[in-house]
Design a protein around this ligand. Structure first.
Ligand SMILES: Cc1cc2nc3c(=O)[nH]c(=O)nc-3n(C[C@H](O)[C@H](O)[C@H](O)COP(=O)(O)OP(=O)(O)OC[C@H]3O[C@@H](n4cnc5c(N)ncnc54)[C@H](O)[C@@H]3O)c2cc1C
Length: 378
């Protein structure tokens, strides 16, 4: 295992302590009730998770990206719904504005997001534009000092809870992907509404839903980057946030392994603990190998980003690998728990449900293979 620096260990310990006190005691109930706990999210942000790797000029702590990955992984071990809430806010919303925003946009929108005063979202997906994000049909038409937005987004994490949304809309339908632009939309804009919460298989402590834009007047000052740069902004931002998905997935797998070790030592069948059976030991060994490998993939790409190396391909590799590990390890954990693994009063069913979506969102694992294959054959 790669040793953590003092700063990275500090973040790991800080998040763990917070989770033991405030997250772990309520996660099963919040998950069952499908509760997005706004005040708990604010507490997580107040802990400093949204500040970790941003420069001090924007109110960040200026720590390395790896510290953020370590902190997010730790949060996901206890409550992956909270982790995706933070990850979308920091890895998608803040990252877009930090990389492509003007100084005025950073001051107005990024600083409060980093400070944890506001929550962010990222709205790319539409009914007809999922993996093929270039098929966006939401339109933005220039009208003097405004763009008029019309359309609908689906499956948007933090919908209804977020204050600031990065919205991708077509400004030049003839130009295909090069006709997409990105806008900063705030929840108070007239004509902007959110639909009811989606009913999902997992991530019940987060929230996800649709967004509707009916003649929403967005000031030209809220155009992110230049007209036509939206697709590039989306793809670059997703490169970075996929490291967050890898961190979440690795956290889920680590948690499943830890719960399985504890449970199989306790549970007695045929007069001895399950841990005494060779099959149990072999399953745990395979899970541990997968967790170790996922950590190495995660730390490899987090270091690439921390140290300024290109990371598009290593992020896709880590996202795919770690999410596949999460699915396999959590499934093994459910099997080791037997019927109790299938019961929502125990933690591993939740981990398995939450693991599934890490193979799907922020680009499916098939889409990651398109990125990797494309780079190999360039
Ligand atoms: C819980 C959750 C939260 C989400 N949060 C957000 C969010 O905050 N913001 C946002 O913009 N989106 C969000 N999404 C949307 C998510 O990113 C999309 O669901 C995902 O990108 C896949 O798009 P799709 O669902 O339309 O599937 P489709 O694109 O219809 O894909 C269906 C299947 O076909 C495969 N496929 C598609 N094209 C190809 C191809 N060329 N070759 C091989 N296989 C292919 C896919 O891999 C997949 O297996 C979220 C989704 C979920 C479930």
């Amino acid at each position: 295992m790669i040793p953590l620096t003092e700063t990275q260990s500090h973040w790991q310990a800080k998040v763990r302590q917070f989770c033991l006190e405030k997250v772990a005691p309520t996660v099963i109930e919040r998950d069952k009730q499908q509760l997005f706990d706004h005040s708990l999210v604010k507490d997580v942000l107040a802990l400093g998770l949204s500040r970790i790797y941003w420069p001090t000029t924007y109110g960040g702590f200026g720590d390395d990206f790896m510290s953020y990955a370590v902190a997010l992984k730790e949060l996901a071990k206890f409550d992956d719904g909270l982790a995706i809430t933070v990850s979308v806010c920091v890895g998608l919303c803040c990252e877009s504005i930090a990389s492509f925003g003007t100084e005025q946009q950073k001051e107005k929108f990024l600083n409060p997001l980093i400070a944890g005063e506001t929550i962010g979202a990222f709205a790319l997906t539409e009914k007809e534009a999922g993996t093929d994000a270039s098929g966006v049909q939401t339109t933005a038409v220039r009208d003097g000092e405004y763009y008029i937005l019309n359309g609908e987004k689906v499956y948007i994490t933090n919908a209804g809870e977020a204050d600031v949304y990065i919205v991708f809309a077509m400004t030049d339908p003839e130009a295909g992907a090069k006709g997409i632009s990105a806008f900063i939309v705030t929840k108070d804009m007239v004509g902007f509404t959110t639909g009811p919460r989606d009913s999902m298989m997992g991530l019940h402590t987060s929230t996800c839903g649709s967004l509707r834009f009916e003649n929403v007047r967005v000031p030209v000052a809220n155009l992110l980057g230049r007209e036509g740069e939206g697709y590039k902004i989306a793809m670059r931002t997703l490169d970075s946030s996929r490291i967050g998905v890898a961190a979440q997935a690795t956290g889920l797998a680590e948690a499943a392994l830890a719960h399985s070790i504890a449970y199989t030592k306790e549970r007695v069948q045929f007069g001895k603990p399950l841990s005494k059976f060779q099959n149990t030991q072999f399953q745990l060994a395979q899970m541990a190998i997968q967790v170790e490998a996922a950590n190495l993939m995660l730390y490899n790409v987090a270091q690439d980003k921390s140290e300024g190396r290109p990371y598009t391909v290593s992020a896709s590799m880590a996202k795919k690998f770690c999410s596949d590990v999460a699915m396999e390890v959590t499934t093994k954990a459910v099997q080791l728990f037997g019927g109790y693994g299938y019961c929502e009063d125990y933690p591993v069913a939740r981990l398995m449900r939450n693991a599934k979506v890490t193979q799907i969102y922020e680009g499916t694992n098939e889409a990651q293979q398109m990125v990797i294959g494309g780079a190999l054959l360039r």
